[in-house]
Design a protein. Structure first.
Ligand SMILES: [Mg+2]
Length: 241
């Protein structure tokens, strides 16, 4: 039997991004989009910003992609502005024991996050989890045929499986975002849905989710294992191998 490959999401999977980080990213994004959509005299209104965000999110699965396509925004500028924090480490909230958990899970672990590299690197360092991951794939590296293809892109997941010289069946995606779990399941990956951090701020919970979030009380068909916390993964291993 070949090795398992674990694909771990970062925000709201390995730590609680809804606590302070997502609200800050949200405010940063709104300010940036208002500047881009506005004119020399004034930023655009909150209504105009919200309408653009909703439209791009529904059409492309990510606000970023719409801003790049329609407003000649450079992805690196958008990501840098969205991830400006006065004191990131003070904003991070996570459970204890994640290092022990990751160490005990059989197989290779890859971090797969739609966040930019600098931010995800800083969060992983703060959590002390970087050492358990063989690879760190941030949004800058999510390119297929030269184009930016963040999660939930199936092309991205397909490319990743091929690159890792494994099969979809031997890959397990651990995520909070429904759309990404759905895409992964369609390609034959195993899926774990982490629900712990979803309830508090449903409007801020997801970076890219064009699929409306399912009810937390249910296990959707594209989810193999539903856990509240990644710490419960060990109890479900038999259903993922
Ligand atoms: Mg997430």
């Amino acid at each position: 039997m070949s090795t398992l490959t674990w694909l771990f999401d970062l925000d709201n999977t390995l730590h609680n991004a809804s606590h302070a980080i997502f609200p800050a990213i949200n405010a940063n994004m709104n300010a940036f989009i208002a500047r881009v959509l506005g004119d020399a005299d004034a930023p655009a209104s909150a209504d105009a910003v919200n309408a653009a965000r909703l439209a791009y999110w529904q059409r492309y699965g990510a606000t970023l992609l719409g801003m790049v396509k329609h407003h000649q925004v450079r992805p690196e500028d958008f990501l840098r502005e969205a991830h400006r924090f006065d004191d990131l480490s003070a904003m991070i909230r996570a459970e204890r024991g994640l290092g022990r958990l990751l160490k005990g899970l059989p197989g290779r672990k890859i971090l797969l996050t739609n966040a930019p590299r600098r931010y995800s690197h800083d969060v992983m360092r703060h959590l002390g989890l970087h050492r358990y991951f063989a690879k760190h794939i941030a949004i800058e590296s999510m390119r297929v045929h030269g184009r930016l293809r963040p999660k939930p892109s199936r092309a991205l997941l397909r490319k990743l499986v091929a690159q890792e010289r494994t099969t979809a069946r031997r890959c397990i995606l651990v995520e909070d975002t429904a759309g990404t779990l759905k895409a992964a399941k369609a390609l034959g990956l195993r899926t774990v849905w982490v629900t712990r951090y979803l309830a508090a701020h449903p409007d801020l919970q997801q970076r890219t989710d064009a699929v409306s979030p399912p009810k937390l009380s249910k296990r959707p068909v594209y989810v193999d294992v539903k856990v509240k916390s990644v710490r419960q993964l060990t109890h479900h291993l038999h259903r993922l191998r």
